[in-house]
Design a protein around this ligand. Sequence first.
Ligand code: NAD
Length: 495
Amino acid sequence: MNNITHFINGQITAASERNAPVYNPATGEQTGVVSLAPASLVEEAIANAKEAFEEWSKVTPLNRVRILFKFKMLLEERMDELAEAITKEHGKVFEDAKGEIIRGMEVVEFACGIPSALKGEITEQVGRDVDAYSVNQPLGVVAGISPFNFPAMVPMWMWPVAIACGNTFVMKPSEKDPTATLMVAEWLKECGLPDGVLNIVNGDKEAVDVLLTHPDIQAVSFVGSTPIAEYIYSTASAHGKRVQALGGAKNHMIVMPDADIDGAVNALMGAAFGSAGERCMAISVAVAVGDIADELVDKLAAKTKELKIGNGINRGLDMGPLVTKEHHAKVKGYVDLGVEEGAKLVVDGRDVKVDGGENGYFLGGCLFDNVTTDMKIYQEEIFGPVLCVVRVEDYATAAKMINDHEYGNGTSIFTRSGAVARKFAHDIQVGMVGVNVPIPVPMAFHAFGGWKRSLFGSNHVHGPEGVRFYTKRKAVTMRWPEGDLDAEFVMPTMK
Ligand code: NAD
């Protein structure tokens, strides 16, 4: 049984009094106990991070990123070890766990370029013998709170950019799969990261509430469900902090009548069922436009029935289990609800059998046809292997549907028409858009974030917006007069 505690000031701590069980979702076995930090321990982590900031903020950006370069090399060497730890707590298949590590590592690689990204601006001679320049300085101690579905990647959207900019960090991972972040923190220490620069506190609401209200926390990055994102945003901003809070999603993919249907079907299979649909960029609604709907549904049904499902630690599988027993029950409940609401359940994955997985939280791929916008299975985020097909007459109805939805994280269109694709990319009210690309996740050197109720706050994560979020800008106006300065009683204007 793993005893999973915290990492504060470069040390793994003793266990806390309160704790929660951690399971292997493929077997249903309890594999660990995670400590839940009391408020006093979170305060201790913040105090250590505050002390570490004094020195870390003075380290030159080049020397800061030399540690990240070493960490990147170590991550490549130990990727399999980290991927296995993710699979054992989250359930996603091993290859997919490696994929998430690589996408996180790309943010580390972006952060390795911080000496360039931090550069300010200068204008000589804004007035006679007066120069002006702006610099980007770190904020101080910043915090991150992450969801269960990407236990390595989502924290890596946050801390690499933050610490490269000179901040120190307190991270609160998901209590459902906490091991990956602790491993990463220990590896960073091995690479030379000074104690106190990255602290990990495991915990629940009690720990989070300290991060949202403590006067020494300057900014909070959150990724998780919309109700909690909204709470994080309102509470932390009411306490004077910068906040970026990324929430839930319901991502649509439009399939136009002129699309390559086989290509669209393959794209939908990966986008809907990869990681058992537990991705904020998963496609959960396929919008079939015009007379291709029957062909699309038939081809999707055949492939959904063929999904290779099993314990993700074994190689060559498409899909593992859901993360917890409770989440399994919730997703299965949505499938029951869809049937009650009158949608046609074309493929029913509720009774899937997996060899050796009798106690695991497995759900087979589920495919609904004839879903309508008044159904709860259309409106709400299910976060499981459930794909809903909505049939519409034309492009305009499909686009309006997407624009009317409360979420606006990702969307895509499959078409051979440049004109329709261009119109879609320009008009659609969603933050991340794909054209013949099902999951349009921006690369690390761009920024990731949705619109509407998929993001609270004004900055997306990583890329230049991440640097902006984790720095404050200072504008300096400077002159070195050779003679005396006259008193000026009117607004000084530059002469
Ligand atoms: P969650 O909102 O339940 O938990 C996220 C974090 O918030 C965890 O660390 C958790 O401990 C903490 N938390 C939970 N309840 C809290 C409370 N009452 N007060 C304070 N903190 C609390 O989300 P989850 O189930 O772990 O993750 C799945 C959700 O995350 C989905 O909705 C998914 O769409 C979303 N997500 C969004 C993105 C994005 O980029 N927009 C990315 C990944 C996941």
